[in-house]
Design a binder for this molecule. Structure first.
Ligand code: NAP
Length: 435
C-alpha cells in the first residue's frame, strides 16, 4: 500500500489524486487536505463567477473525490494544525498543491494606501473567499485602474463593468453583487507597461469585452504596431491582437451611448501610487520597447483613480519547514521533487501560469516521480496516523460528505437562476454541515 497526502484541493491537487488512482488502483490511499472546509481551491475562489462553464470542471474532481481510496480532509491548515514533518511521518509522499494564493507586489510608494488591492484579495472578495470577504472596496469613485495585461486583469475589469443583470446565472456572492449594483465606476483603465503585442490576455476572454451591456473597450489606434507585424505572432496572440484592432476601430459615436469605458493604456509603467489618506491616482512613466523590454522615456503622467487593483501575478505561500525560493515565489524543485518524500505540483511547482488543464499533465508527471521513489510503499500508517493526531488535537476535520451538505445548503439559498450562494465565513461553512 502507498499512502499519499496532497495539500490543496484545487485543480493541481485533484489531478494528482486522479493520477495516483490511475497509477496504483486499489493499492493507494490518498488524503487531500485543505485549509478551508470546502474543496476546489482556485475553481471556487479564483475562476470568475461569470465563467460557470470553467467551474464545471469540479464535477470531474468530484468523481475522483467520491472514490473509496481518496479522502477529503477540509479545515486542516498545514503548518498550524499539523506540520509537514508530521505528515511525512504518516505518508510515503506529501505533495504540496497549494497554488499561488498571494499577491506579488509592485514595490511602489503608496501601495499600502486604502483603495489599492492585489488581485488575490479583489478576486477573493467577489468570489467569497473567507479571507477577503470583508474587503469592502469603495466603488463610489469614477475611475478604477487595473494594472497588468493578463487574464486576471480582464476578469477584474469585466466584473467592474457589468450590470447586475449580466451576473444572472453566475455565483458572484451577494455582498459583491450589492456593492457593484451601487458602483459609480464609469472608467476602467487597464495599464500595461508594454504594448499590444506583449499582452497575456487570451482571445476568448478578450472577445467578451465586445458583448458587455453598458461597457465598451477603447484602444488608441496609434498604440497598435503595423498590421504586417502581427504575422510574427503565435496564432493565439494574433487572435488577441485582432480583438485589440477591432476595439481600436470602434467609432467615437459609439461611446456616446456607452456609460462605461474599458480603456487600454499601453506603454505605461507604474511609478508611484498617489494619495494622502487613500488612493487618488497612479503615476506612470511612458515607455518604449527595446528588444521586447519596456524602457522608460522620462515622460510621466498621473491617472486619477479611487480604486487600483494590481493584477501582476501571484506567489506561493511559504510553509514552515519547507525550502522556499523567495525570488521565484515558489518551492524550489526538480520536476516536482523538493526533498525526499516531499513534492510539489501545479502553480506551487512551476509558478502562476497556464490554464487549469495544464495541471493535469503536471499531476501525472509528479505521480510518476513518486512511483519511481517509493516503489511498493512502506509500513507507514497513512490516514490512521493522521486521524489519531487529529483526534488528540481536537481538529474539526470536514469530510467530503460534510462538504456535500454544505454544498446542498449553498444551492438551497441561491438567488433565482444562480447555481449557489456561497458561505463566505468558515464558521458558517462548518455550521452548515450540521451534526
Ligand atoms: P499573467 O498572465 O502572467 O499577466 C500578468 C501581467 O502583469 C502581465 O501583463 C505583466 O506584464 C504584468 N506585470 C507583471 N509585473 C509587472 C510590473 N512590475 N509592472 C507592470 N506590469 C507587470 O498573470 P495573471 O493575469 O495573474 O494570470 C495568471 C494565469 O492564470 C495565467 O496563465 C492566465 O492565463 C490564467 N488565467 C486564465 C483565465 C481564463 O482562462 N479565463 C482567467 C484568469 C487567469 P509583462 O508581460 O510586461 O511582465
Amino acid at each position: 500500500m502507498r499512502h499519499i497526502a496532497i495539500i490543496g484541493s484545487g485543480p493541481a491537487g485533484y489531478y494528482t489524486a486522479e493520477a495516483a488512482q490511475k497509477h496504483w488502483g486499489d493499492d493507494v490511499r490518498v488524503d487531500i487536505f485543505d485549509m478551508l472546509p470546502v474543496p476546489y481551491g482556485l475553481i471556487r475562489t479564483g475562476v470568475a463567477p461569470d465563467h460557470q462553464s470553467i467551474k464545471g470542471v469540479s464535477r470531474r474532481y468530484e468523481s475522483t473525490a467520491l472514490s473509496d481510496n481518496v479522502r477529503f480532509a477540509g479545515n486542516v491548515m498545514i503548518g498550524r494544525d499539523v506540520s509537514v514533518e508530521e505528515l511525512q511521518s504518516f505518508y510515503d509522499a506529501v505533495v504540496l498543491a497549494t497554488g499561488a494564493p498571494h499577491d506579488r507586489k509592485l514595490g511602489l510608494a503608496g501601495e499600502d494606501l486604502p483603495g489599492v488591492y492585489g488581485s488575490a484579495a479583489f478576486v477573493g472578495w467577489y468570489n467569497g473567499h473567507p479571507q477577503f470577504a470583508g474587503l469592502d472596496p469603495d466603488l463610489s469613485g469614477h475611475t478604477a485602474i487595473v494594472i497588468g495585461m493578463g487574464n486576471v486583469a480582464l476578469d477584474v475589469a469585466r466584473i467592474l463593468a457589468k450590470t447586475p443583470d449580466e451576473f444572472a446565472g453566475s455565483d458572484i456572492v451577494a455582498h459583491a453583487l450589492d456593492a457593484l449594483r451601487g458602483s459609480a465606476i464609469r472608467r476602467i483603465v487597464i495599464v500595461g507597461r508594454r504594448g499590444p503585442h506583449q499582452i497575456m490576455m487570451t482571445p476568448k476572454e478578450l472577445g467578451e469585452l465586445m458583448h458587455l451591456h453598458r461597457a465598451a473597450p477603447r484602444v488608441d489606434p496609434a498604440d497598435l504596431p503595423e498590421e504586417g507585424e502581427d504575422a510574427l505572432l503565435e496564432p493565439g496572440s494574433r487572435k488577441s491582437v485582432n480583438h485589440l484592432r477591432s476595439f481600436a476601430a470602434i467609432p467615437e459615436s459609439h461611446y456616446a451611448d456607452t456609460p462605461v469605458e474599458i480603456e487600454f493604456d499601453f506603454f505605461a509603467n507604474p511609478r508611484a501610487i498617489i494619495g494622502t489618506s487613500r488612493v487618488e491616482g497612479l503615476e506612470v512613466e511612458r515607455t518604449a520597447l527595446e528588444a521586447g523590454r519596456a524602457v522608460g522615456t522620462g515622460e510621466t503622467y498621473v491617472i486619477p483613480a479611487s480604486l487600483i487593483v494590481e493584477c501582476i501575478g501571484y506567489q506561493t505561500s511559504p510553509i514552515p519547514g519547507v525550502p522556499f525560493d523567495e525570488r521565484a515565489g515558489r518551492f524550489p524543485n526538480d520536476e516536482g521533487r523538493i526533498l525526499p518524500g516531499l513534492y510539489c505540483v501545479g502553480w506551487a511547482r512551476r509558478g502562476p501560469s497556464g490554464t487549469i488543464g495544464t495541471n493535469r499533465p503536471d499531476g501525472f508527471g509528479v505521480v510518476e516521480k513518486i512511483a519511481e521513489d517509493i516503489g511498493a510503499g512502506s509500513s507507514k500508517r497513512g490516514r490512521a496516523g493522521f486521524d489519531q493526531l487529529a483526534e488528540a488535537r481536537k481538529l474539526e476535520v470536514v469530510t467530503f460528505r460534510d462538504w456535500k451538505k454544505i454544498e446542498a445548503q449553498e444551492e438551497a439559498r441561491a438567488r433565482d437562476g444562480a447555481p449557489r450562494e456561497k458561505f463566505v465565513d468558515v464558521n458558517a461553512m462548518i455550521r452548515a454541515r450540521g451534526d
